[in-house]
Structures are given as C-alpha cells and as structure tokens.
Design a protein around this ligand. Structure first.
Ligand SMILES: [Zn+2]
Length: 93
C-alpha cells in the first residue's frame, strides 16, 4: 500500500533490487558520491566479492532514511551514530 514505488537501487553484481524493509536490508552495502548512492552490493554478492565489499564499506550509510531527488537518484547520508530514541525501526520484521 504505502510501499515506496521503486527500490533504493540494484545490486552492482546481480542487479537484485534493494528495498527498504527487506529482511536483509541492513546487510546491504553501498557507496555514495556527494550524497548520491552510486553503488550497492547485496548480502549474497558480498560473500563472494570480498574486495568489492571492502571498497563499498568505507562508510556506514543511513539507508533507512534514504531519499530520492527529482531525478530519481537515491540520496543517502552517512550515519552519525546519533539517532533519537524510537526514531527508526517501527516496522522491524
Ligand atoms: Zn547481488
């Protein structure tokens, strides 16, 4: 119903769609450039592509609060580690 119409992006390796709220959502890795999401790697591909994982793991990103701009590009900001209590995880699981 209220689900986002399009995924955050697709895995750079297998093209799997990355959806907010997916069971393994928090295990995806991503890489951004100037706040724009430029690469994603799904958990399954991380296992077999360790070097790529290392490449994209340079930053921890706040996927849960990702947004999309007018051009349909996904914007993700780095996690600051300061999330207000109860701000996220309302639909966990
Ligand atoms: Zn993949």
């Amino acid at each position: 119903m209220a689900r986002t119409a399009r995924p955050l992006g697709h895995c750079s390796r297998c093209r799997r769609a990355c959806w907010k709220g997916a069971d393994d959502f928090d295990r995806w890795n991503g890489q951004t450039s100037r706040g724009l999401l430029v690469a994603l790697v799904c958990p399954g591909c991380q296992t077999g592509q360790v070097h790529l994982e290392a490449e994209v793991k340079e930053a921890t990103l706040d996927y849960a609060n990702a947004t999309q701009d007018a051009f349909g590009r996904t914007r993700v900001l780095p996690l600051t580690g300061e999330h207000g209590p109860g701000a996220a995880g309302a639909q966990h699981g």
